[in-house]
Design a protein around this ligand. Structure first.
Ligand SMILES: [Zn+2]
Length: 165
């Protein structure tokens, strides 16, 4: 899935989780939480120097891509576990930042969920390289992905308009 579409899915999943579970802090923190969710939604693709975040943080992405192929360990359940442990440790050290750490983790998980919906799939059980994908899947950057992201992005835009006007 393309970077901009990962951000849209990450924001959508964060807002849905926040609504359902009340993960966020005070409403004034929403923009910070959304920023953290957007960052989390782009982070797994730091394994590619050609990704949106990989181009901007090229020293990191070149280092990661030197030892891990694209859609490798950063797209696994093990990575989600490590992110979860990071959230727990970060929240213990900086309790006031807990909503941001959680938002980052939700964004991260949204990335794997979105890539799981693509034809290429993701190696959820890495180091086993078998890739898993949704029974209903679509090509990365194809029409289905862009139409879905346009619809979700429009819905989010409407929600923002209604919430902040
Ligand atoms: Zn990815």
């Amino acid at each position: 899935m393309l970077g901009r579409n990962h951000v849209i899915v990450g924001l959508g999943l964060y807002l849905a989780a926040d609504y359902a579970l009340g993960t966020g802090g005070p409403r004034s923190d929403l923009v910070n939480c959304l920023t953290a969710a957007a960052l989390g939604s782009l982070t797994p693709d730091l394994d590619s120097p050609h990704s949106y975040l990989g181009r901007r943080l090229w020293p990191v992405s070149r280092t990661v891509s030197a030892w891990a192929r694209h859609r490798g360990p950063t797209h696994s359940l093990l990575a989600c576990l490590l992110v979860g442990l990071g959230v727990a440790a970060g929240s213990k050290m900086y309790p006031g930042w807990s909503p941001y750490f959680i938002a980052f983790a939700i964004g991260y998980v949204s990335h794997l969920l979105a890539d799981w919906c693509t034809t290429e799939g993701v190696p959820l059980l890495w180091p086993n390289n078998k890739r898993f994908r949704s029974p209903l899947n679509f090509r990365t950057g194809g029409m289905v992905e862009n139409l879905f992201s346009l619809a979700l992005g429009s819905g989010l835009g409407y929600w923002f308009y209604q919430s902040f006007r």
